[in-house]
Design a protein around this ligand. Structure first.
Ligand SMILES: Cc1ncc(C[n+]2csc(CCOP(=O)(O)OP(=O)(O)O)c2C)c(N)n1
Ligand SMILES: [Mg+2]
Length: 747
């Protein structure tokens, strides 16, 4: 058989292949039998299906050879393969091509089976184009090597292991919820979500959390059609998973049905996968399919497996080759002879090689910065304005607002304005859902979501379990399933344990899918400091650096009730129109603030604009608001800084204009520059930290655009915020602002 190997320049002397050939050739051929019959008694796997799966498995194996060959020739950039895991093709064969799938990076054979079953794309070519970073690759366009295709219902994953599991939870949730709400979804009503990951990944808190959230849901009877697939090769790079651990950890979880399959038993794996899929589809509850596999060729091309595994151990795995397992049932069932299978293997290898050689010759790489960045966060401002101005019918509004309307209520606080805007949005947007900790029955810790659950019902407004990763996961999955999620993170401090779901998942989806998959969402986060009643660091978090550097993320920072309403409409509109991921940061200390300069002046209240004014009062992304037209000093600020700065400006005997940036991403650079140049002197008032604070970005933008006038910065200390009055010792104060302003004015 070395002649066959020599026929394929991608493979030379691979012991896995030699062992596979020898084992296949040692099988005893039997007379040809009907390919439509089961390969063995009681199995659902027919000879014809097994043969097709064999071909997918073999093609997947050859893609791994191609990856290394392309790498060796300087044309490929990724060598983590699926060799040894090809039994995941059985899982793909057991579910429907319309079932949304979020895949492990070793689920290559799954992807090939899925693409064959779904039609509309050549999976082998897709993967090859991914390996060489070709702009023609159908999902990420050369931006990452991922499995994904909208025609195959495969969502691209990131490289952060486990990070796709919360989204999978959300997709399963949304399959059901979109159906209940009558919202159009890309997934059939009886679909199930499929989510694969490795055994080491099964220990990651993200995966543990997603499985737990699925169990928590099922335990109380919520529908969660989610099939977890753990591809257990017993190792994570070089670290062994304790034998028996996956079974011990996942076989007796409340609400989770456990299925176990051996990857070297083709018919058995197929049947167990069918049983697991059928169980999830029928009962609409989560299941865990534990698929035992081996891993051939180390973790990746660069990995020297022999440095941490004994040769005997490595060789012993060859007998568990899933391709051999499928070959065995095919030969034993009389569907093919050993020689026919080897010839088929070589033919597929040749085809993969020829395709690999062709993508190597003309890789069509991304060639400009604009091309790379185009799918990050495309925006259509005119469509957003039009959408933001669209209200529900007067009748629907009357029903939601119980006869009155917010524009007739008189001046509102910030919290009230957000609340009324959410009510209006809920009335106008049937696919909008609001959820988080305490948002439904209690109406939010600060009452911002009060009344929403009563008006829109528990299918659209609901309390979640206490897990920010799962809250964001519900949003991520809902958003790719036709819903417009508005999740709440109770305090900014509690975003940090889950922020990768925003950073790695939400903000990258459009980039890695060329906006073929979008996850529009508006994440409301109560944040910033200066809270009097509920003190200490965690309720007064003022650190935004982790949000500000996420490419494409919108950060809205409303300070006043009228802006808060308009900006929330803008966020919801750009989410719906462009698929934007928006963080809407609510300053807790200003929620119920009524006055500005003196008690009783009502300077922080505002009327609610009636719908016919929403178009003219629209606040575009990245647009600031200026207070006063003073010619002596420009204060650039946002959030609580606006309240403090306006008070200081009212006290100083000079012409001060105060600019509320309103958007921290994208920063309103043009507005900042115009207002800075109008006075020639700038004070940046930044309530967040000195290090990593917003002032850093503002200063850089001013300097890059050659603003040359005097420039001052005041910000809070680089400190954790203490409880009680001591907080004021480290937080930016009005006195500091005033002193800095007077200092600049005297220059
Ligand atoms: C959050 C995270 N930490 C670390 C890594 C680096 N890393 C990549 S794969 C891997 C091991 C994963 O093992 P397992 O889940 O068993 O999958 P396998 O490769 O064995 O199929 C590690 C540590 C990562 N990608 N993501
Ligand atoms: Mg593993």
């Amino acid at each position: 058989m070395s002649a066959i190997a020599a026929n394929n320049p991608m493979v030379s002397d691979d012991p896995v292949e030699s062992a596979l050939f020898a084992a296949i050739l040692s099988l005893t051929p039997v007379p040809h039998r009907d390919a439509d019959a089961p390969v063995r008694a009681e199995s659902a796997l027919t000879g014809a299906v097994a043969l097709a799966l064999f071909e997918d498995q073999v093609a997947s194996r050859h893609l791994d050879y191609a990856a290394r060959w392309l790498r060796a020739h300087g044309a490929g950039f990724y060598t983590i393969g699926s060799s040894g895991h090809e039994s995941n093709a059985m899982v793909a064969g057991a579910v429907r091509p319309s079932d949304p799938a979020l895949l492990h990076y070793r689920s290559g054979a799954f992807y090939l089976t899925r693409s064959r079953m779904a039609g509309g794309t050549d999976g082998v070519r897709d993967v090859l184009l991914g390996l060489v970073g070709s702009a023609d690759e159908p999902i990420s366009g050369g931006r990452h090597k991922v499995f994904g295709h909208p025609a195959c219902a495969v969502l691209p994953q990131t490289s952060t292991i486990g990070s796709h599991t919360p989204r999978a939870l959300g997709v399963a949730f949304a399959i059901e919820r979109a159906g209940t709400l009558g919202v159009h979804s890309p997934w059939p009503r009886d679909a199930i979500a499929v989510c694969s990951f490795g055994d080491a990944s099964a220990n990651h808190s993200t995966t543990v959390g997603a499985v737990n959230a699925a169990c928590w849901s099922a335990f109380q009877g919520l529908r969660m059609p989610l099939l977890f697939v753990c591809e257990d090769n017993g190792i994570g790079i070089s670290v062994r998973t304790p034998p028996g651990w996956i079974k011990a950890a996942y076989s007796s979880r409340p609400g989770l049905e456990y299925f176990a399959a051996e990857g070297d038993d083709a018919a058995g794996a197929f049947d167990v996968a069918c049983a697991a899929a059928a169980w999830v589809r029928r009962y609409r509850r989560p299941a865990f399919l534990h698929l035992s596999t081996v891993r051939f060729g180390g973790h990746a091309g660069s990995d020297v497996e022999s440095s941490y595994r004994r040769a005997t151990e490595i060789h012993a795995d060859y007998a568990r080759d899933p391709i051999l397992a499928t070959a065995r049932v095919l030969v034993e069932a009389g569907v093919a002879s050993p020689t026919e299978l080897i010839v088929q293997y070589a033919t597929i290898g040749r085809r993969v090689f020829e395709l690999a050689a062709s993508v190597r010759r003309a890789p069509n790489r991304l060639s400009s910065r604009a091309e790379v960045m185009e799918p990050l966060a495309p925006r259509r401002p005119d469509a957003t304005r039009a959408r933001a101005a669209a209200a529900a019918s007067p009748e629907s509004r009357a029903a939601v607002f119980k006869g009155t309307t917010p524009e007739r209520e008189g001046p509102l606080t910030l919290a009230q304005a957000i609340n009324r805007t959410l009510l209006d949005a809920g009335a106008a947007t049937p696919n909008l859902i609001v959820f988080g900790e305490d948002v439904a029955r209690k109406g939010g810790v600060y009452g911002v979501t009060r009344g929403l659950a009563r008006r829109f019902g528990p299918d659209r407004v609901f309390d979640t379990m206490l897990d920010e990763q799962s809250i964001l996961g519900l949003a991520l999955g809902s958003a790719v399933s036709g819903l417009l999620p508005v999740p709440e993170i109770q305090y900014l401090a509690y975003l940090h344990n889950a922020e990768d779901q925003l950073r790695g998942e939400a903000a990258t989806l459009s980039f890695f899918s060329q906006h073929q998959y979008l996850n529009p969402m508006v994440v409301r986060i109560a944040g910033y400091a200066y809270q009097k009643g509920f003190g200490g660091h965690f309720h007064n978090d003022n650190s935004l650096a982790v949000l500000r550097d996420i490419p494409g993320l919108v950060i809205a920072s409303p300070a006043r009730p009228d802006d808060a309403a308009a900006m929330l409409r803008t966020c919801l509109a750009t989410a719906a129109v462009d698929g934007s991921v928006c963080v809407y940061l609510e300053p807790i200390a200003l929620y119920h603030t009524r006055d500005l300069h003196e008690p009783g002046d009502g300077g922080w209240l505002a009327d609610y604009a009636p719908p016919d004014e929403w178009h003219s009062t629209h606040v575009p992304l990245g647009s600031a608001r200026t207070y006063g037209g003073g010619l002596d000093l420009t204060i650039l600020t946002f959030g609580n800084g606006l309240h403090m700065s306006l008070r200081v400006a009212g006290r100083i005997d000079a012409g001060v204009r105060v600019v509320d940036l309103r958007w921290l991403a994208p920063l309103p650079v043009a507005d900042m520059l115009r207002e800075a140049r109008a006075t020639g002197r700038v004070l940046i008032v930044d309530e967040t930290r000195r290090t990593g604070g917003v002032a850093e970005g503002i200063t850089a933008a001013l300097l890059q655009h050659e603003f040359a006038g005097p420039l001052g910065v005041v910000a809070s200390q680089d400190s954790v915020i203490p409880l009680g009055d001591a907080a004021s010792l480290v937080l930016l104060s009005e006195d500091e602002i005033e002193k800095a302003a007077l200092g600049l004015l005297s220059r």
